[in-house]
Design a protein around this ligand. Sequence first.
Ligand SMILES: NC(=O)c1ccc[n+]([C@@H]2O[C@H](COP(=O)([O-])OP(=O)(O)OC[C@H]3O[C@@H](n4cnc5c(N)ncnc54)[C@H](O)[C@@H]3O)[C@@H](O)[C@H]2O)c1
Ligand SMILES: [Zn+2]
Length: 271
Amino acid sequence: MEEAIKAAANAIKNADHLLITAGAGMGVDSGLPDFRGNEGFWRAYPIARKLGLSFAQLANPRWFDEDPHLAWAFYGHRLHLYRDTEPHDGFQKLLDIAKSKKDYFVFTSNVDGQFQKAGYDPLKMWEVHGSIHHLQCTVPCSRRIWSADGVNVEIDENFRAKDPLPACPNCGSVARPNILMFGDYSWIEDRSAEQEARFESFLNRAKNLAIIELGAGTAVPTVRMTGERIARAFGAPLVRINPREPQGADIQIPLGAKEAIERIAEAIEEG
Ligand SMILES: NC(=O)c1ccc[n+]([C@@H]2O[C@H](COP(=O)([O-])OP(=O)(O)OC[C@H]3O[C@@H](n4cnc5c(N)ncnc54)[C@H](O)[C@@H]3O)[C@@H](O)[C@H]2O)c1
Ligand SMILES: [Zn+2]
């Protein structure tokens, strides 16, 4: 373990550009749930167990048409949870390291906005699955994406959102989070596509790159595969931080994100 920490510290210290990639595990040390497996998801959302729905089944836009009060209970609960959660200290420590580089960028499938809340530059971020802090129309009647700031969803004891549900300011239909769901047929990708363009421009400029991945799972492997692909293309070292599934990277650290970042930061300072 000590060797892996040292190797990670060296790789990051020697880099001029830093790519941070992150999945739900990055937020676990802030008290957020990951959705690892059905059991993990059902622990976080017992109602889904009762209804016999997996994460992939519940995170589907059809519920906004068929049962919007259930859909908004799920997303409204997450909106408030992510809004009320303070990012753990590891976010700040990692940002300090990132700022010491020529440039950095964050690639994440998290929709929770925790990097922005921790002070990361919103222009240095690709939220590849969108953001729960942004809404769009379910129809959709236009390509408008608007902020969810000030939107509050009350949830009753049966895990159903109370009226009024968030609505489209243009046509009055039910709104939905601007998140890419499973089997999605109406996601408006424009905001994420603009972020992607900035990511491409970062990669075009990036020299002497290192990649640090935190809490990315294997069930939806978008983050892991993207990091692996870029590592190969750039010949860049990939540091994978994951307490349960760290395998498959050059440098594997089987620790939680907060502790791993703290130990890497210490090792960078020491030598
Ligand atoms: N916070 C969020 O925004 C959030 C939360 C859950 C799911 N999702 C969505 O669901 C999908 C889930 O994929 P995923 O891979 O991000 O999540 P996942 O739940 O499938 O996997 C989480 C990973 O984090 C690891 N982990 C657990 N505790 C950790 C810790 N303390 N430190 C570091 N790592 C830890 C687990 O071993 C696992 O590999 C994505 O599509 C994502 O958009 C988002
Ligand atoms: Zn509309």
